[in-house]
Design a binder for this molecule. Structure first.
Ligand code: T3D
Length: 263
């Protein structure tokens, strides 16, 4: 039984985490399937946006704590959890951040531990009102992983990042939106349609410009102002040679909608 369900709506590839009985907790199988599904979407020219969501009442409860690769076992030596990260999480997350098209998370319920950070690693997060985000790591004696230590301070500042990570409290979606951790909190019944509408909108936009925006934002916090200006100039040089720039300006002058095709 696949643990990732793959769908397609026009130019939008949907990836649904599908272990609802365990709140879509991540197994090594699911992480490999997710990485492969991202690679397939990246290689598929007609796909111009990826939408990740969860089946059932949760988005993802983080690492499956029953997985023999990580579950503590008194009759066996302790396991090296770093291996799970190095072999399964990190390659998937690096593939996600290197996608040639935007990636949206539609958080339909609780997103805990690595499940929360999987959502936050996406380019835009929409969440249902009943959803929540939990940096659940310290609750079980671990520190944030799956990019949490990098993402959280950049997204909400160190003080809030530390509060979320140290306490591991449940953060309702509305509060996550209010503090700028996610883009939008929507009524439960509207999550699917609003997330798909956003994905379809992004799919019509110039993919290379969107991806360059992600790259520039990711880099900028580690750069001086001068370095950021230089990085922007380098990205803009690249975009200026692409067909989408020519199409965008031509469409503007002709007062028509642009038809972007680069990827
Ligand atoms: O290398 C490494 O492996 C380290 C990597 C770590 C990455 C991490 O993600 S660490 C954090 C792991 N996640 C957690 O600690 C969260 C554990 N889950 C919860 O705290 C709660 O389930 C939730 C707050 C997410 C939801 O609570 P609630 O009350 O809505 O649901 P529930 O009743 O607790 O769970 C429903 C079922 O899902 C239940 O199974 P059952 O009793 O009906 O058969 C529960 O055991 C299962 N489930 C929930 N989370 C996990 C899980 N099963 C396995 N692993 C889980 N993470």
């Amino acid at each position: 039984m696949p643990e990732i369900q793959i769908g397609q709506e026009g130019a939008v590839r949907t990836l649904t985490l599908k272990r609802p009985a365990a709140l879509n907790a991540c197994t090594s199988t699911m992480l490999v399937e997710l990485r492969e599904a991202l690679a397939a979407a990246a290689a598929d020219e007609p796909t111009r946006c990826v939408l990740i969501t969860g089946a059932g009442r949760a988005f993802c409860a983080g690492q499956d704590l029953s997985d023999p690769l990580v579950a503590p076992d008194e009759s066996a030596p302790p396991k090296n959890l770093g291996h799970m990260l190095e072999h399964f999480y990190n390659p998937m997350l690096l593939a996600l951040r290197a996608m040639p098209v935007p990636v949206i998370a539609a958080v339909n319920g609780v997103a805990a531990g690595s499940g929360a950070n999987l959502a936050l690693a996406c380019d835009m997060v929409l969440a249902a009102e009943s959803a929540s985000f939990i940096q659940a790591f310290t609750r079980i004696g671990l520190a944030p992983d799956s990019g949490g230590t990098w993402l959280l301070p950049r997204m909400v500042g160190r003080a809030r990042a530390m509060q979320l990570a140290l306490l591991g409290d449940k953060l309702p979606a509305a509060e996550a939106a209010a503090m700028g951790l996610i883009a939008r909190c929507v009524p439960d019944a509207e999550l699917g349609s609003q997330a798909m509408a956003m994905a379809q909108r992004l799919a019509q936009m110039p993919s290379r410009a969107l991806v360059a925006t992600r790259q520039a934002m990711d880099m900028s916090l580690d750069l001086s102002f001068e370095q950021a200006l230089a990085a922007e100039a380098a990205l803009q040089s690249r975009l200026g040679y692409a067909a989408d720039y020519s199409e965008g300006v031509t469409a503007f002058k002709a007062k028509r909608a642009a038809r972007f095709t680069d990827r």
